[in-house]
Design a protein around this ligand. Sequence first.
Ligand code: ADP
Length: 606
Amino acid sequence: MQAKIRRICWFYNYLLKMEPQYFKSIILYNLITITNPLVSLYFSKNIINSIFEAKDLPEVMVYVGQMVFFNLLMMMAGGYLQSRNQYYTLSLSKQHIMEKAKKLMEIEYYHIETDKLQNTMSELQYLETTGIHNFSSFGKNVGIFIGNLTGIVISTYFSIAFLKADFDYRGFSNGTINFMFVILFILLNVLSFNIISKSNKETGQASNETNHIFRYVRSYLNIIYNYRVGKDIRLYNRALADNVGEVYRGKMSEIYTSFWSVYGKGIIKSELLSNLLSVVISLFVGIKAIYGTISVGEIMLYIGTINLISTNANEMVRSLSVIISSDLYREKLYRFMELNSLVKNEDEGLIQKARDGRWEIEFKNVSFKYPDSNQYALKNINLKIKTGEKLALVGTNGSGKTTLIKLLLRLYKPTEGQITLNGSNISNYQYDDYLDIFSVVFQDFRLLSLTLGENVAISSEYHYEEVKKSLQKVGLSEFIEKHDLNTYLYRELNENGMEISGGEAQKIAMARALHKKGQIIILDEPTAALDPISEHEIYSRFNELIGENMAIYISHRLSSCCFCNSICVLHDGVLLQQGSHEELLSDVEGKYHQLWTSQAQYYKVS
Ligand code: ADP
């Protein structure tokens, strides 16, 4: 329990740090919603008393006017706050995506390629889309909890006068009657709490049990509804799609049956109890009114406020149990975030800052095996590259090109040998400073469901013109005339988000690399989905854009890289040849010549 409470505080602070106004606005909204019926009750009491006792029309009108005025005021404030809440929720979901992306970047890369982290990420994403787990549910329930707690305090304050009201009924004193009432009231409420908590607990368990069914449902839904993969299934396999529909319906009915059996029954029981409670309260106030000295207006006020204490308490318990039972998500998020800080600490202390504008990278006898593999992915690599040079890594799939880049970017450490930057081992540089000098576009680059501008800048704050310039440079001038930088990509966060083509996505990823202004540019086959001629064009264009910076290009298509000063041919993790295109081609016995001639039959490059 202690750990759960710690995580609740951690999550509260996490959200608060991202959006300081979120909780203020949501709590204020709940306070208004909760106090609204109390204000109405208070004025109604005055109105009824004036009608029955004073019979004074102007006085009645004043109270009616006051009630209408306060109600209007609260309605307006509530409406305003609700729209603020929506804004903050959207802003939070965007910042949360950024935060996760930022953490993913800081994490030791080994974790990223493991199934465990991949699973955690997909579980997080899944939980974020389910009812009680996401942060908007957390925020809402924190607001409900605080609002209802305040409601109880105010209602109790109003109801105290009722307990004091003079009363005598056939020997039962006021104190005895109050005592009996309070005991009955507490008893019924505790019973109701128990039913709600039990039902919530069972629903939580059922939801854990149905998690795996949900996972099926989600993947089936993806197949049916996802507009990106939907095309394939329509074209290739309608029978499969029909089958998916059947399975989906079956699984959904399993889920509903399971939920109804616990949740539905709990609701019926607690509704019955709360009605019983209302009857007890009405009877009690009624008896006191008949035999005591309570006015008609007060009868209504007390029935209302005592009922409110009970509803507020129920809501408070419900919100608290939702907050507590959604711990599964916080636990996963917390572990994920912790993973990052642990890794980051390792680098502290190594603060030799990379400031020099001219760079020289050297691989010295570098060999590497992946952590869970016995085979060398790279064997005894020796190579050098300086600012102003363009190096190409070519070779068939699986020859070790990407692995070499991963080592250079410190995603892994070499098993043997070392990589130096300006003579110092790269692991001696402060990690963030080191990465700052690189602009990389990977083959499996990801664009986020954020706005176009945010995707290029990888930040929600950016210089509009700078981002625009980067997009223009990669040939997206027309694109940004049609689509503003504030247009969302994809439809996850915004229903008007745009679908972009593969080519456009690649250009946006390139613009992102240009915008980062790294002094060492790496393109790791981000164009693999394109035909060889287009790939060649993009590589040449990028080459012009980056000017005198150092660049490393990777491709399994030799034609894309023949303009580079130096080409390294990798095969099975071994650096077979290095030289210019002409030099390598002239070696007719070499691997390069063999690859070139075998690829040349598919396309011709001028
Ligand atoms: P390329 O980029 O030239 O296509 P890679 O560098 O991706 O080749 O892969 C080189 C070798 O390392 C391949 O045999 C590949 O199967 C292996 N490899 C790549 N990534 C991993 C990994 N995360 N774990 C284990 N082996 C890997």
